[in-house]
Design a protein around this ligand. Structure first.
Ligand code: NAP
Length: 455
């Protein structure tokens, strides 16, 4: 894949970049290794000051940064500005909490003193996706840098200017040269970089195949990985739920980020008693969404990020229809320049068909009718993924059943799944392993060192 910024709303190529040469990669890896030797000894106070400065830059420049994101990957500008603000939040969160999360833990044993120490491990490679081109990177970089590691970013090939802008933010915030570097390389360069002894570990946010590939390389090299992969999140609505809020949130949960979010709700599982009303309202609200230029304030759905994603979506919907699904609204590309697809609702999708379990990356929802809570849970769990889940009910018994029995990295009751720096984030099953955010995230890439001192 070429490393290029191509505006998804117009198809216009804005900038192209050559992939780094082997020699340039070597220089960047050496710089990372050299920087780590000194950066690891910086104090939490110094790192916090720099991280807080990064937060300030993100807030002050959120308009320009938002425009950059929208231009490269098509999310509505308002959401892109919100993404810059959220990145400032995660920077501040770790600036204020990293020292506490990584404080020594004294453990009483037969030693004179024994304790657990958290030490940085070195340069960490982050292979990142385009869909939240700032947020995915900052939620890795803020804890990694606060822990004393240095970061090497291999960003998605369609967002190179975002990659460079992020590097620049950390540089301007005062982090030493080499503490955070963007490597403009294609995915074919990942194996060599990850196999390099100077790289300590890797985190990948992206698709399942990319995760399998990076994890196998890391496995061969005995390097730690965190994988944040795809999802096919259920959104369950039971009869006792606040109906209006549930439907409106359902539409938002499916179409956020133009439908291209790992934690977007993808399968809507609705109790039979309210199903017909839900279907009617959901379709009406999906139809009413304003699709258009993502730079326009009133736009709710912009273009998909690349022509390939559009083609994949067209194919998935065609496959579903060929397998018996019915299209209640949408189902087509828009006849205009750019990668636009209509908000679409499918019913009668066979729950056993591959399409019902695959990740659908675009504004396409599937509705399912269930008789009771047990059927809802069985259908929710009938996927190889296990990232997020959202269940709507005011019945406490049902709430507890969902909390206990849904197979996912998180369960949101009467709320939409969202990440929050204070709460761990990640999946189970083919959605990956490891956690980002909160104290769990910052402890992924540290040496948990046991210290035992005898008398
Ligand atoms: P992708 O194709 O897997 O790309 C993600 C990153 O991996 C890019 O930097 C890509 O580089 C690289 N990559 C692709 N194949 C690779 C390989 N074989 N070896 C090494 N690196 C490889 O995914 P995407 O289409 O950009 O992003 C969408 C996916 O990310 C969805 O599945 C979504 O659910 C998932 N996602 C998950 C989370 C989460 O937190 N769980 C969050 C956001 C997105 P190139 O661009 O150069 O190909």
């Amino acid at each position: 894949m070429a490393i290029a910024s191509i505006n998804p709303a117009t198809g216009e190529t804005l900038r192209e970049f050559s992939a780094l040469s082997a020699e340039q990669i070597e220089q960047q890896l050496q710089l990372a290794a050299d920087t780590f030797k000194t950066y690891r000894r910086t104090s939490f106070a110094d790192r916090s000051r720099m991280m807080a400065r990064a937060a300030e830059i993100l807030e002050t420049e959120k308009q320009e940064l938002g425009k950059l994101m929208t231009t490269e990957m098509g999310k509505p500008l308002k959401a892109a500005i919100g993404e810059a603000e959220k990145c400032a939040w995660v920077c501040r969160y770790y600036a204020e909490n990293a020292e506490r999360h990584l404080a020594d833990q004294v453990v009483e044993t037969n030693a004179k003193k024994s304790y657990v120490l958290f030490q940085p491990i070195g340069p960490v490679l982050a292979v990142m996706p385009w869909n939240f081109p700032f947020w995915q990177v900052f939620r890795f970089a803020a804890p990694a840098l606060m822990a004393g590691n240095v970061g090497l970013l291999k960003h998605a090939s369609n967002v190179p200017q975002c990659a460079l802008a992020i590097e620049e933010i950390f540089r301007r915030a005062g982090f030493p040269e080499g503490a955070f570097q963007s490597l403009l390389v294609g995915s074919d360069a990942v194996e060599k970089i990850l196999s390099d002894p100077r790289v300590a570990a890797a985190t990948l946010t992206g698709s399942e195949p990319a995760g399998r590939s990076v994890a196998s390389i890391a496995g061969k090299e005995i390097k730690k990985t965190v994988l944040e992969l795809g999802g096919s999140d259920p959104f369950i609505v039971m009869a006792s739920a606040d109906f209006d809020t549930a439907v409106t949130t359902a539409v938002k949960a499916r179409t956020i980020n133009n439908g291209q979010s790992c934690i977007a709700a993808k399968r809507f599982i609705v109790a039979a008693d309210i199903y017909n009303n839900f279907e009617e309202r959901f379709v009406r609200e999906m139809k009413a969404l304003r699709v258009g230029d993502p730079m326009d304030e009133s736009t709710e759905i912009g273009p998909l990020a690349t022509p390939q994603i559009l083609d994949d979506l067209v194919e998935q919907v065609e496959k579903a229809v060929a397998g018996g699904a019915k299209v209640l609204t949408g189902g087509n590309k828009l006849d205009r320049p750019g990668n636009y697809y209509e908000p679409t609702v499918l019913v009668n999708v066979d729950p056993a068909s591959p399409v019902s379990c695959e990740e659908i990356f675009g504004p396409v929802a599937m509705l399912f009718r269930v008789a009771n809570v047990d059927e809802a849970i069985a259908l929710a769990n009938a996927t190889t993924f296990g990232l997020g889940s959202s269940a709507w009910t005011n019945d406490e018994h049902e709430q507890q059943k969902f909390i206990d029995e849904i197979e996912a990295g998180c369960v949101f009751i009467n709320g939409m799944v969202a990440s929050d720096p204070r709460l761990p984030f990640g999946g189970i099953k083919n959605s990956g392993y490891g956690r980002e955010l909160a104290e769990f995230g910052i402890r992924e890439f540290v040496n948990i060192k046991t210290v035992w001192i005898g008398g």
